[in-house]
Design a protein around this ligand. Structure first.
Ligand code: HEC
Ligand code: HEC
Length: 331
């Protein structure tokens, strides 16, 4: 063999060995989470109430696992579909991911521990990693009592028929998904949490950044966290998320806490949240709310929680964004 060919074959053999070792490492070591916990969650009235609030108003499980009435401003929930099959929200250039049925009709056979591992760590009952289009990296910040509350509420909703099986994945994709889940100690909930700290907690588990932080090649651009500008297509319109940083010119730097709370409260009319009524009074004023932002569900956020979110957003470095639609205080 000529020396050049010999060197090439050594290099090729070396590369193949490295690839093989990487493959073995990923398959053996990942996903790096333990077996599902063995607890059974007791459904107390407090847990059911807290769970309802977290699921319906904070984390928006039913915006994907279920159906929203996207042709109505504020995208109210279609109550009979809550927890049933749906589609994950996606940016204008993203691939829509089916979101499986998570109502009791579909999760009956899952233990509470298996559910907890799927929702908060992103690993399903069979040990397979979920796509992060299921926002488990955000839910993984939830404290213990909140996790138990989510599970007990989910078990209590009426069963919904049908399914939207998870989108098929290539072998390479499933290998890549395996390395994302991570298991950290679960903190106890702090009943004293308030102000911007409570806002950071809520904003994180709500995943506001999934739509309000721009991405570059699919990776969130953390230097521009919450600067908005991400395009979404819905009902034939392209809408961009707004800049939630305290930038004066393009963000919410001029907003008061009342402006912020009022922006959500504008969607609180019962006929809107029930999904039966006319557009909210201010729909025209902000160019229509036929966007992906599930205003009707967020309108159920309590005033003190919205104030905390506003305080937290106020601690962010202001970032100018020329892509986000102009923000201005609204009545
Ligand atoms: C942004 C959309 C979105 C939201 C919000 C969301 N999910 Fe998901 N969820 C998905 C998608 C998409 C999948 C499938 C992921 C995949 O293809 O690997 C999924 C998968 C799951 C699974 C695994 C089900 C199965 O049969 O494999 C569970 C359980 C689950 N979600 C529970 C929840 C709960 C509880 C919440 C709220 C706390 C929630 N999800 C919020 C999109 C979402
Ligand atoms: C599914 C994507 C999505 C999620 C999740 C989301 N937003 Fe939005 N948001 C948008 C889009 C798109 C707009 C612009 C269109 C509109 O006003 O409806 C918007 C608009 C807003 C506005 C209005 C700003 C203005 O100038 O009128 C505020 C305030 C806001 N979002 C706050 C939040 C907060 C706080 C959260 C988390 C609790 C959140 N958003 C989660 C997509 C999202």
């Amino acid at each position: 063999m000529r020396p050049f060919a010999l060197i090439c074959s050594y290099i090729l053999a070396g590369l193949s060995l490295i690839l093989l070792l990487v493959w073995v490492f990923i398959v053996v070591v990942y996903p790096r989470v333990g077996p599902p916990p063995t607890f059974t969650v007791e459904a107390t009235p407090q847990r059911l109430e807290r769970g309802r609030y977290l699921v319906e108003n904070v984390t928006q499980c039913f915006a994907c696992h279920g159906e929203l009435q996207t042709s109505s401003p504020g995208a109210p929930l279609i109550r009979e579909r809550a927890g049933g099959p749906g589609v994950a929200w996606t940016t204008a250039d993203g691939e829509p991911s089916p979101a499986p049925n998570i109502s009791p009709a579909a999760i009956e056979a899952w233990t509470d521990g298996e559910l907890a591992r799927a929702i908060f760590l992103g690993v399903d009952a069979g040990g397979e990693a979920l796509r992060p289009s299921m926002p488990y990296p955000h839910y993984g910040f939830m404290c213990l009592e909140d996790r138990l509350s989510v599970i007990s509420y989910l078990r209590s909703i009426p069963p919904v028929a049908g399914d939207a099986p998870r989108a098929p994945r290539s072998y390479v994709e499933s290998l890549m998904l395996r390395v994302i889940p991570r298991e950290d100690p679960v903190p106890a909930c702090d009943p004293e949490l308030s102000g911007a700290d409570a806002g950071l907690y809520l904003t994180t588990i709500a995943g506001c950044s999934t739509c309000h932080t721009p991405s570059r090649a699919g990776v969130p651009d953390l230097d521009r966290a919450f600067a908005g500008g991400t395009p979404f297509v819905m009902e034939g319109q392209t809408l961009r998320s707004t800049n939630l940083t305290p930038d004066i010119a393009t963000g919410i730097g001029r907003w008061s806490a009342e402006d912020f709370v009022g922006r959500f409260a504008g969607h609180r009319a019962p006929h809107i949240t029930a999904g039966t009524g006319a557009p909210p009074a201010d729909a025209a004023a902000h160019g229509g709310t036929l966007g992906p932002m599930p205003w009707s569900a967020y309108a159920g956020l309590r005033d003190e929680d919205l104030e905390a979110i506003f305080l937290y957003l106020g601690t962010l470095p202001p970032v100018r964004s020329d892509h986000a639609p102009a923000s201005s205080p609204r009545p």
